[in-house]
Each structure stands twice: as C-alpha cells, then as structure tokens.
Design a binder for this molecule. Structure first.
Ligand SMILES: [Zn+2]
Length: 508
C-alpha cells in the first residue's frame, strides 16, 4: 500500500487541498487566536471566524495550485522554501510574540548575520524539522498529476469565486476587517513575510525617491509672519455646525472671526490627500512639497505630528508623536492636544521672520472615535465603544464622531488663541481636512473609496481660515481646493516666483 501511495500520481487538486488544510492547521493558529480575541460573542463573531477559516483555505489552495501548476518542478522548490520560512516565522511568533509586519521585515533585512545567528536555537530547529520539513518531504515524494488546462481554470476560478463570495458576505464587517487586517496579515504565513517584505521595499524606495525641486522664490516683504497649517484627519464637512450641521459641534469657532470655505478633497485616503494639501498642483510625481520648499527658501519650518503618511520631509524640526511624548512628558499623549504643548514658546523663540508650523492631526480617525478625545469633550451621548462598529447603533456612532469634531473645534480655537497672544507677528491659521468619512450612509464606513465612486461624505471637507489681519484680507470664493494651501501660504509670506499661481490664492 505504501509503495502504491508514492508511485501512483496524485491529482493536483487533492495535493493542493491537503497542503491547504495542513497550512491552516499548522501555521494559522496564531491568526485564529487573534480572531478569537477580537470578536464579540454571538452569531456575527462566529460568522467572522468561519469566514476567515474558509478564506484562508481557499486562498492557500489557490496559491498552491497556481504555483505547482505553473511552476511544475520549480514550483515544488518555491513551496518548500515557503514551508521552511512559515515554520521559522511561527517559531518567532510563538516564542517572542512578535508580529511579522513591514517594520519587522525591515529589522530582519537590516540585521547582520552575527545578530541573526543569536536567534538560532534548538527550538527553531525543532519547528523547521517538524512543521517545515514534513510538507517538503510529502511534495517531493509525491508524483503529481497536473491535470488539464481546463481543470486548472476550473479550480483556480472556483477558489477565487469562494474568496469573492466570502468577502461580499462580510461587507458589513468591513470595519472589523479594517481594524484587524494589519494584525491578522502579520500572523498569516506566507502572506505576512512576502507582502510585508514588498511593503518594506516600497517604503524604502519611496523614502529614497528624489523629489523634483521647484524654482526659487524671492521675499517681497520682511514682516514677521507665522502661519499655522492644521491638517485634519477624516473630518467631514457636513458634521461641522460652521457649515450648517444641526448639532452644535463648533461652539468655540462660532465666536472666532473665521472664514469657512467650501472644499472637496483631491483623494479619499490619507497619503494621497495629505500630498495634495502640500503640493503646488495636481500631480502623481514627487515635487518638492510645501514644508521642504519653504525650508529651502529660508522659512523656519516646524512639523508636529500625531499622524503619519506624509511624503518624505527634509526639514530640521520634524517632531513625530514619539518625539513629542519625549519632549512633553507631562502632556496627555493620547490626544492631538499634545501638539499644542509648548507651541506658543516655539513661536516666540523663533528668530526667523517667516515661520511655518504644520500640525498633522489624527482626531477623527475611526473606527474607535470615542477614544480620540478627552472625556470632557464627550458632549453628545451615548457613544458606541464596540470594536465592531458596523453593529453599533447609528446614533451612538454619530455621537462619538461628533465629539471628535467638538474636540477639533477646541484644537483649532486654541491655535487661534495662541496666535492672538503673539501680536508681534502677523499670523494666520488654515485648517484643512485630508478627506471626509462615511458613517454608515449607503452601508459604507470610514474612507478610501476610489474618487470616481466615493460618496460625498468621503470628499466634502472643511477649509477654515483665520487671519490676524481680519476677514477683509481674504477673498470671497465659492469653492477652493487643497492646492490653494500652497499658493496662499506663499502669498501670506510675501513670496514671488515662477511657481506661484494667483488663481490658487485666498488672500487679497
Ligand atoms: Zn486620513
């Protein structure tokens, strides 16, 4: 019987199915543990668990079938490599409780052999010998019947169809997926190390990308100026009472003399939208962005951030959230308010006539809106605090989101307050959100839909301006774009040059 087993060719369908089941049982247990930790009891929790299981079986089957069919002999070596790598990753996950993220892959690539060899242990060897080698031996000793091309299409098509159906049936759990995908993705071999290696590589490539320098400008004024650009996160226009929302979400700004322009974002996700706020024109290329350009032209530039996703910055004073925490240990690091700590002193201590400050907020980023503001800003109650936001009561979800806008109102008002206390400088404040947010309209949540099909909630943004010279110095415009930021700040600092476009300037 044993000899017959090896001699008789096995259908590729059966081999792929067995390898797929083996992978799920041997290598995906940490991912299933993570799923169990992050679902709530009840039908939907069980549904998510079953969906992940079916999804993984189908995806693994698809992968193995594809690699073996197209790769033939070489395919076996590719799979052998993945099984060994799977075993090593599982060893790390189980032993060190690490997540195989892009940062982790970066650490791995940057580790010299001497450091890596410190990790070699009997434990790792045990994982490789048992979990890794067993499937290798099985595929090399099994004769595979590769079947017809028609069957190949049928099997590939069926597994893809299963994946699609599972995804479609989980549309209502899209928030849960969004919330947990990074963790799950980093626990599922071989996707974790392959996808995250590519992501790490792309990130490095982007960081090293050379930007196209813009032509120099000259300063036509020597007044002492400060401009604070506040970049909002997922703040949508229709929930600002300044723009007519029925709930009082802007109690403080209502008393400030501000101008609220109508604007649409250039994109619905952070990296592209933040780039648009900092770019001088719509472009896919990497031109010198506002802070880098200003810095090179001699403006003092300060970047304070509780967020991420901006193009590479080439300035001296870049304060990440981690750095801010170190600089101001007394501040509450959970909220964007930490960016205001020491801000007044920073402006007062600056001896450059032109000062640009950028604050990159994260306040309205979902899905846990209720965790993004201090308790005293919980004006609208009750709020939802479930991890499965699609199952939250719509009013509770909206209340939590509205409270983030109330907190944003406070942040913007505070920046204006700080600027008013420094009368020796002309000052202005621009608040522009990166994109909007869906909160259950058409059963959509969060953001990131392609612009062409995105609902208005995801791109209708607030564009709020305060100017120490008063509103008379601001143009009356029906609508502005994120590209107005670049040219308006140039105008404010009295800069002239070939790149300046009066059409995108809000100042008179
Ligand atoms: Zn964003």
């Amino acid at each position: 019987m044993k000899i017959r087993f090896y001699r008789e060719p096995r259908s590729l369908t059966v081999v792929s199915a067995i390898l797929s089941i083996y992978t799920v049982v041997a290598f995906h247990l940490p991912a299933f543990r993570a799923v169990l930790d992050n679902i709530e009891k009840g039908f939907n929790g069980a549904f998510i668990f079953a969906s992940v299981a079916i999804l993984m079986l189908a995806v693994d089957f698809f992968f193995y079938y594809l690699v073996l069919y197209l790769g033939r002999g070489i395919g076996k070596y590719i799979l052998a490599f993945t099984f060994i790598a799977d075993a090593i990753c599982l060893y790390f996950i189980n032993t060190y409780e690490v997540l195989i993220t892009d940062m982790m892959m970066g650490n791995l690539f940057n580790t010299r052999y001497s450091e890596a060899s410190g990790f070699l242990s009997w434990g790792m060897l045990y994982y490789i010998m048992t979990l890794g080698l067993a499937p290798c031996i099985a595929i090399f000793f099994t004769k595979i019947n590769y079947n017809s091309f028609k069957k190949f299409l049928g099997n590939i098509g069926t597994s893809l169809a299963i994946v699609l159906v599972v995804i479609l049936m989980n549309m209502r759990n899209v928030l849960w997926i969004d919330n947990n995908s990074t963790q799950l993705g980093s626990l599922l071999m071989p996707w974790s190390y392959t996808v995250n290696s590519v992501r790490y590589y792309n990130r490095m490539k982007k960081l090293n990308q050379k930007e196209i320098l813009l032509p120099d400008a000259e300063f036509t004024t020597d007044s002492k100026d400060v401009c604070v650009l506040v970049i909002g996160e997922s703040a949508r226009r229709e929930n600002f009472s300044l723009y007519g929302y029925h709930k009082e979400t802007n109690p403080l700004l209502a008393g400030d003399s501000i101008t609220a322009y109508i604007a649409n974002s250039a994109a619905t996700y952070t990296t592209a939208a933040v780039k648009a706020i900092l770019d001088h024109q719509p472009t896919n290329k990497l031109y010198e962005i506002l802070p880098n350009y200003m810095y090179r032209q001699g403006v003092d530039v300060v970047w304070r951030s509780c967020n991420w996703g901006e193009p590479p910055l080439h300035i001296e004073k870049k304060y990440t959230h981690k750095l801010l925490k170190k600089m101001y240990p007394e501040a509450d690091a959970r909220y964007d308010g930490i960016m205001l700590t020491g801000l007044k002193e920073e402006i007062q201590n600056c001896d450059n006539n032109k000062l640009l400050i950028v604050l990159h907020c994260s306040t309205s980023h979902g899905p846990t809106y209720n965790e993004k503001y201090p308790k005293e800003f919980e004006v609208f109650t009750p709020v939802c605090n479930t991890v499965e936001v699609a199952n939250a009561l719509p009013e509770e979800l909206m209340n939590a989101y509205d409270n983030t806008i109330v907190y944003t109102d406070y942040l913007i008002h505070s920046v204006i307050g700080i600027l008013k206390e420094i009368p020796e400088r002309r000052s202005c404040m621009l608040f522009v959100s990166d994109h909007g947010e869906s909160l259950g309209e058409d059963n959509l949540f969060m953001h990131g839909m392609p612009m062409k099909v995105a609902p208005k909630q995801q791109y209708e943004i607030p564009f709020i301006v305060w100017n120490s010279g008063g509103n008379e110095e601001l143009k009356l415009l029906d609508e502005v774009e994120q590209y107005h930021v670049f040219h308006s700040i140039m105008k404010f600092f009295g800069m002239r040059g070939p790149v300046y476009n009066e059409e995108f300037n809000i100042f008179r």
